[in-house]
Design a protein around this ligand. Sequence first.
Ligand SMILES: [Zn+2]
Length: 470
Amino acid sequence: MSLSDKFFYTPAGIKLRAYGGLGVFTKYHKMQGPGFSIKESSKHHIWVDTPDRELFITDQTLSEHAHYPEGFHEFSNLSHIHSHPSRDLGLKYVMLNYTDHVSRYGNAAVRRLGAHVEGSKIFVDSGGFQLAHQDLDFIDPAKEIEWLNKNADLAMVLDIPTDDKRFIKRSARIQKLNNDLWLKSKREDLKLINIGHGIGEDFMRYHDMVFDQRIDRIALGGVFFMGLFPAMYNILYVMLHTNEHYKHHHILGVTHRGAMMALMYMAKLGLSPMITCDSSSALQLSCYRTLYLYNRMEESLYMQDLGNKGNYSTGIAKLPCGCPVCSTLVYADTFRELKGDIPDALVCMHNVYAFNDWVQHNLEFIDKEPKDKIKESLTGQFKGGYGMQGVKDMHALLDFIDMAVSDGLEKARKRYDRYFYQVKPLVPSTMLTEQERLMKLEEGVQEAVDVPDEWTEQVISNYEKYHGVK
Ligand SMILES: [Zn+2]
């Protein structure tokens, strides 16, 4: 069994609403001048003429009322939930968000919308994120499990995320009650993933409160905001101290690529039969029209900003990438000339391809090479972005993991104590320039999300009322 059967990258936050129906029709013509002209556009489509082809780009290929052009030569399906791109990507799990899906498509089945992916499984994010981010103050657990029974292969349980000491006990109780309800009414082969929250002692307490013998998969977060070592400590705690109860560990929100490599290393050590991890960097970067580019020779993933016209000297510069998005669009200016959500969606899909390429290459490398080579590769890949201190920290992280396995987690915790106090400050995103924000994102610093106490109180009491526990 190779490492690519034990570790799976799942692009996160790629909403079905905006990106699920993405596709491009192409009509070739003779090479003409370097100009680009928009022939037609709406919220859902753009028809653009480029030097050697007309492109009709739409995000409506899942819609029954879609308008398609006539006389075009080719169609490229760029929807991440359609079987072709998904097979190209080799993504085993396609992640959807329940609340996004329902707000857009009501109860329409995912599979009827073309989201049947051969060999891939539908992995559903149940909506806790939306509760915590003040999008919704209640999601009906009974309605959701009905929908999951029809559509999902794998689903995270319905939690109320909080790291606040004052709410953590009540939030764990609600999660437990939601879990009881779902376990009673779920389809037999629908797999549930329990969720852990909190930092340090709170994390252990929370995990013990929501632990359920009947749920053998767990999702853990925090890589994004509690710092690498404390987050890895939580993950190792669950991997090493639950008597191999879990056969699947899902790590939420891993944008730090060094952290992702550490997780691949944990899979190599056999600390979990299966690790999945979701990352929203592909999507985040697309908001700034920034491309991830991956050059196997250099073994590094780098970023190129398309927003700056100075990057290309002529109007017909070709995109330096052969993914299905770039080989359809061909010209960098096609991205640049277009306005609105559709070009962002295209950049996002390109980023998913590039990022996944990087993941696959590293899986292959980590699988076959010994630790000193893996450390060398970390140095090569990250000294530019994180500096030598960042590389040293990554090396220490691998040593910490090894020591936790050989000498126990507490001993390793003591040995690497200094890393547990480097808590990164929360930075409000509005105070940063776009480039600074991208760098912060790469370093794994969280945007400050300030959830007012009244909001958390409201959400929790909605569920307490629902379950009749208050
Ligand atoms: Zn590309």
